[in-house]
Design a protein around this ligand. Structure first.
Ligand code: ZN
Length: 187
């Protein structure tokens, strides 16, 4: 009986807290409603959902974060370290990707516009707290830049790869596990 209820709970939460980037992007569940389920995730020990849940918590007010994690100071510390790490990704995205992407002889002036826009975006809280969403929005706006089709494709591919990298590293960022594979619940 209890196992049945637990299994139903797990199934419901698995759909609410995706563990792949593909299902995260496809999810229609309201992301801003996710953090309030944190106490249940902890209560039922759904460790494999913690990277997604902690990621979402990065966009939540500090007082709410403390409210949700007050019984788990260990996790609160991991969350705070993880949030700091996550906040560095946008700057890495610009300096290790976009700036390196500029070929010396293609669309030089227009790439400068792309990069300065990216630098500006980096000052917005969304880029620091929810880089997956900020990167998706940046990618969707790529048509507004004057760079050529090849450069646009290059930039979009770079953004997609960088989003995948962030997702892959979420378990490590929040010190939950080495990777997603190790978090897979035993069947
Ligand atoms: Zn070009």
């Amino acid at each position: 009986m209890f196992d049945d209820i637990r299994q139903q709970c797990v199934t419901m939460f698995d759909s609410m807290f995706p563990t792949t980037l593909h299902s995260w992007d496809a999810s229609s569940f309201k992301h801003d409603k996710m953090a309030q389920f944190m106490p249940i995730i902890l209560e039922v020990n759904l460790t494999h959902l913690l990277p997604t849940a902690l990621y979402r918590l990065c966009s939540v007010k500090g007082s709410d974060t403390v409210k949700y994690l007050k019984r788990r100071p260990d996790l609160l510390a991991q969350f705070m370290d993880g949030k700091l790490t996550l906040g560095l990704y946008w700057a890495r995205f610009v300096s290790q990707g976009l700036e390196d992407a500029c070929s010396p002889d293609c669309c030089v002036a227009d790439w400068e516009a792309v990069i300065s826009t990216a630098h500006m975006k980096g000052m917005e809280s969304n880029a620091l707290q929810d880089p997956l969403d900020a990167l998706r929005a940046f990618k969707n706006n790529f048509d507004n830049f004057g760079i050529c089709v090849e450069c646009k494709n290059f930039g979009r591919t770079w953004i997609s790869n960088f989003r995948k990298e962030i997702w892959t590293q979420l378990p490590q960022i929040f010190q939950i596990a080495e990777d997603w594979e190790k978090l897979k619940p035993a069947k």
